[in-house]
Design a binder for this molecule. Structure first.
Ligand code: NOJ
Length: 561
């Protein structure tokens, strides 16, 4: 077994607190609900959970609009509930990673309220990005930047005397003003927030919008066509600016101070981990975030954005491994999260072999094929969980949950929907509360009406229906995770097998001593292909009389080993 630090190979399960389990019956998930369900994660066989924000927030962007970085929103519970969650998770051998949101605060944060009250030129405004408008009367935004949720990235303020005032920058919703990272006070505050949660016993952080903190000097206009494609984020003035790396060097040194403070729990494997959410292209630019003195990991969104095609997937895996390897970092893999359509839904789209569209689907859009989607999703997960490095799972994917693709407009809460004038359906479909039971008003999510309605098909996907059932998605995930751990797949090296038929991904995983421990094949062609010799360890679907059907992945023990 490997003696590499946990973050180089861990499987980390994302919990979106609003939607995992509701203990108090208000329809929204909460921390006691999560604690009550942690055994599900221990039983599944993951190493850690990552909690999306549960901090004090008006919830305009699902909690990514934080009004107090150091406290739990009463909607989710109390700091004592958080302590209980961490203690229970640690007892079960699960590490706890929390979100930190350093790019912006909520407009309800006391700093922003003070900035509005203090007026232009004040130290309070200098914590945010306030600027006068363009044009004779300042009525034009200071530059052409667009919010990621549509519309301009600037909102004009009103001065205390009622006249129009300065504008403030918000790369996301207007209720999420961007902090100014040229201000040392901002650095000091966020570092103190990291220490606060480390002192509560957390094992790491997922850093929201990690590539956005530092903006180009002078805030020049952006090439908006480039912003749309996300192809070269480093050429845009609001993303991936060189100064952001200094922030992460300091943060790395900070979290390293905590190494060795939890050896009673973890022995020598006692690192705190930083994972950046950085939508940065090309891959070399992303790899710069995981140089040895910066972050431990970044999400590899290119894999998630790859069409379901053998050539594209192979190139994506190769590129990702090479880039991370060049700086000595582990690669990470992810297929679903709270911002993109779930992969069981995406891969059922009619265009899934050509593009990887991550936008949510609404009732007026073409509906995906659920059977094909789930079949491919299981194959994709089986491929992902074999790959060297660390992997992220999103709550409910182990149940095979699809998105809710028919949510009516009236229930939508993602600001994307309103800001785009209803042209973008938004991300609510992948955030629907998890079914824990096959009946009851919210399928076991909690005693009240869930904050978003669940689709009827969720009833059959509850864990009770799947546990112990041969061929169920839950049992597939449990087996994949068990075999991955037993064989130490996360710390292996990947070699492509030369004999693979076209449209079949075939790879061998080799341990540190050069011993092949498993072979993996994913059939992306539309006909079955012969199975290799060797014991079948796990397959994502039924095997067809010694053959591997299309859209299926199999792990085998290499013949002779
Ligand atoms: C990324 C988060 O994952 C997303 O949910 C949020 O809307 C934006 N960052 C802004 O914080």
């Amino acid at each position: 077994m490997s003696n590499q630090p946990w973050w180089r190979h861990a499987v980390i399960y994302q919990v979106y607190p609003r939607s995992w389990a509701d203990a108090d019956g208000d329809g929204l998930g909460d921390l006691p609900g999560i604690t009550s369900r942690l055994e599900h994660l221990a039983d599944l066989g993951v190493d850690a959970l990552w909690l999306s924000p549960f901090y004090v927030s008006p919830q305009n962007d699902g909690g990514y609009d934080v009004a107090d970085f150091r406290d739990v929103d009463p909607l989710f519970g109390t700091l004592a509930d958080f302590d209980a969650l961490v203690e229970r998770a640690h007892d079960l051998g699960l590490r706890v990673v929390v979100d930190v949101v350093p790019n912006h605060t909520s407009s309800e944060h006391p700093w922003f309220q003070a900035a509005l009250a203090a007026g232009p030129g004040s130290p309070e405004r200098a914590r945010y990005v306030f600027r006068p408008g363009r044009g004779d009367d300042g009525s034009e935004p200071p530059n052409n930047w667009q919010s990621k949720f549509d519309g301009p990235a600037w909102t004009r303020t009103t001065d205390p005397d009622g006249s129009p005032g300065e504008w403030y920058l918000h790369l996301f919703d207007s209720s999420q003003p961007d902090l100014d990272w040229t201000n040392p006070e901002v650095h000091a505050e966020l570092e103190s927030v990291l220490r606060f949660w480390l002192d509560q016993g957390v094992d790491g952080f997922r850093i929201d919008v990690a590539h956005g903190l530092v903006k180009a000097d002078g805030l020049p206009d952006a090439d908006l066509a480039l912003d749309e494609t996300r192809d070269r984020s480093s050429l845009l003035p609001m993303w991936d600016q060189p100064g952001v790396h200094d922030v992460y060097r300091r943060w790395r040194a900070l979290v390293e101070e905590y190494r060795g403070t939890q050896t009673a729990l973890w022995g020598e494997d006692d690192d705190r981990m930083l994972c950046g959410e950085a939508w940065v292209q090309p891959a070399e630019a992303l790899a710069a975030y995981v140089r040895p003195d910066e972050l431990h990991q970044t999400f590899n969104f290119s894999f998630l954005m790859t069409p379901w095609r053998a050539d594209a997937l192979r190139a994506s895996v190769d590129d990702a491994l090479a880039r991370a390897g060049a700086v000595g970092a582990p690669q990470t893999w992810v297929l679903s999260n709270h911002d993109v359509g779930r992969h069981a839904t995406r891969l059922g789209r009619s265009d899934a072999t050509q593009v990887a569209e991550v936008e949510g689907i609404g009732p007026h859009d073409e509906q995906p094929d659920p059977v094909l989607g789930l079949r491919r999703a299981r194959a994709a997960t089986a491929l992902m969980l074999a790959l060297p490095g660390s992997a992220y799972l999103y709550q409910g994917e182990e149940l095979g949950l699809p998105d809710h693709t028919r949510l009516p407009d009236e229930v939508l809460q993602d600001p994307t929907f309103a800001r785009s004038g209803g042209t973008r359906h938004g991300r609510d479909g992948c955030r629907v509360p998890v079914p824990w039971a096959s009946d009851g008003p919210s399928l076991g999510f909690g005693p009240g009406e869930p904050w978003l309605p669940q689709p009827p098909e969720y009833a059959d996907l509850a864990p009770g229906r799947q546990r112990g059932a041969e061929g169920s998605t839950l049992e597939l995930y449990r087996r994949l995770l068990r075999v991955r751990r037993e064989l130490g797949l996360g710390t292996t090296t990947l070699a492509w097998l030369p004999d693979a038929p076209p449209d079949v991904l075939a790879l061998r995983l080799v341990d540190a001593d050069g011993v092949p421990v498993a072979e993996v094949r994913t059939n992306l062609s539309d006909a079955p292909v012969p199975l290799p010799a060797g014991e079948v360890l796990v397959a994502s679907g039924d095997l067809d009389d010694g053959r591997l059907p299309s859209d299926t992945t199999v792990w085998t023990r290499p013949a002779g080993s």
